[in-house]
Design a binder for this molecule. Structure first.
Ligand SMILES: Cc1ncc(COP(=O)(O)O)c(C=O)c1O
Length: 400
């Protein structure tokens, strides 16, 4: 019996050929394939600038650095997300404050966020930034966060690690691809193998501001510039005849080695060309589950807001384990015995020992209520209809 994990990559012969071509070329680390992938990503998302790096966590860190977040700043983050969404704030020394989720869509509640924004102003430490998360691929309430940004002037980092290929519709009915709308300052993506497109490890940041793009590129490579137009030291950078010294470079700020390799970029670009098919299959899978799991007692799905172009990184079901009469561990183990992998996305971050002192669970009741019921079931484009039917019948056997 084939085991069906909750997520899995899909690698084609073309993907393999793309990597082999790079292996036979002059570049292995960041080179022309990186530039080509960034250009293709701009084309796919409609974002004017794209900067790739070695993983989604590094992408969030780069965004936090380019946003100018420093120790003493405060940043608002939702509790239900992978720890990296909050850790990128801590990397800079800034403090994390949590704002609860909207219980229906599971993305950060704009109302809860506004309460925190006002609280922080009253305390004399206004929020420097807000990190929203498009959980499972459902875009956060983009319109509402755009309005909050206008009112409170924070920097908006959109963690879209689950949402590449997703979209949302604004008040006027215009559809925007994730990354296309110019209001978020940074939109961040991950190419981990369970994501829509992968290159093993990889990340990307899109932005509409050329200054931010330049800062992201600088922090990605040690804070070093080789552009004579940017040199601080004229004496060291230029020969007496005014020409730039050919060996010269300057480290102007503290950066990192967060580069993506050309092998990874070639794989990611090859995968990107199939993003529309991947999204469309994931949507079919979600529709299948919604249809075939409907009517099972004590099983519900999160809501999809009107106008949300869900990218379905995950399909999450919510189970009332008390009413079913089985613990979550029991349900997961019984599904595993039937070859079905499941996972919980996520344990709310304030429950992590590292963060437990910065927030008490009672302050995020919606996140805690969701956590008690959450279960992610298999969703990836390689699932066949026979696989889906097996997932559905196994869930029925275990929970009905
Ligand atoms: C919402 C979210 N943000 C950030 C990340 C970090 O991405 P990466 O694993 O590529 O570092 C992940 C990874 O799972 C994620 O799910």
């Amino acid at each position: 019996m084939k085991f069906l994990p909750y997520g899995h990559q899909q690698i084609s012969d073309e993907d393999i050929e793309a990597v082999v071509r790079v292996l036979k070329s002059d570049y292995l680390t960041q080179g022309p394939a990186v530039e080509s992938f960034e250009t293709a990503f701009c084309g796919a998302t409609g974002a004017p600038y794209a900067v790739c790096c070695c993983n989604g966590t590094a992408a969030l860190h780069l965004a936090a650095l380019a946003a100018g977040i420093v120790a003493g700043d405060v940043v608002i983050v939702p509790p239900v997300t992978f720890v990296a969404s909050a850790n990128c704030v801590r990397f800079t020394g800034a403090e994390v404050v949590f704002a609860d989720i909207d219980r229906k869509t599971l993305t950060m509640s704009p109302q809860a966020c506004e309460v925190q924004l006002q609280r922080l102003i009253e305390k004399g430490t206004p929020a420097k930034a807000v990190v929203t998360v498009d959980l499972a691929g459902h875009p956060c309430d983009m319109q509402a966060f755009g309005e909050l940004k206008k009112k409170y002037h924070f920097i908006w980092i959109q963690d879209a690690c689950h949402a590449v290929g997703g979209s949302w519709t604004d008040k006027s009915g215009r559809v925007w691809k994730i990354g296309e709308w110019p209001v978020p300052d940074f939109t961040v993506y991950s190419f981990h193998p369970v994501k829509h497109i992968t290159c093993g490890e990889g990340g990307m940041i899109t932005t509409h501001r050329p200054g931010y793009a330049g800062d992201l590129r600088s922090y990605r490579t040690h804070g070093i510039t080789r552009d004579p137009g940017c040199f601080v030291s004229h004496d060291l950078g230029f020969a007496p005849d005014g020409k730039p010294n050919p060996w010269y470079y300057e480290m102007q700020e503290l950066g990192y080695n967060y580069r993506l390799t050309d092998m990874q970029a070639a794989l990611a670009e090859s995968q990107l060309s199939r993003l529309p098919q991947f999204i469309s299959r994931r949507r079919q899978i979600a529709d299948y589950y919604r249809h075939h799991l409907k009517g099972i007692k004590f099983l519900t799905f999160p809501e999809v807001a009107v106008g949300a172009g869900h990218a379905y990184h995950l399909v999450i079901i919510e189970l009332n384990f008390d009413r079913i009469g089985k613990s979550r561990a029991q349900v997961m183990n019984e599904l595993k015995d039937r070859g079905i992998g499941t996972q919980v996305h996520y344990i709310p971050i304030p429950m992590m020992p590292y963060y437990a002192q910065s927030c008490c669970m009672a302050e995020v009741p919606e996140s805690m209520d969701y956590y008690r019921r959450a279960l992610s079931i298999p969703c990836y484009s390689g699932l066949t209809n026979a696989d889906l039917s097996r997932v559905v019948s196994s869930i029925r056997e275990v929970v009905e």
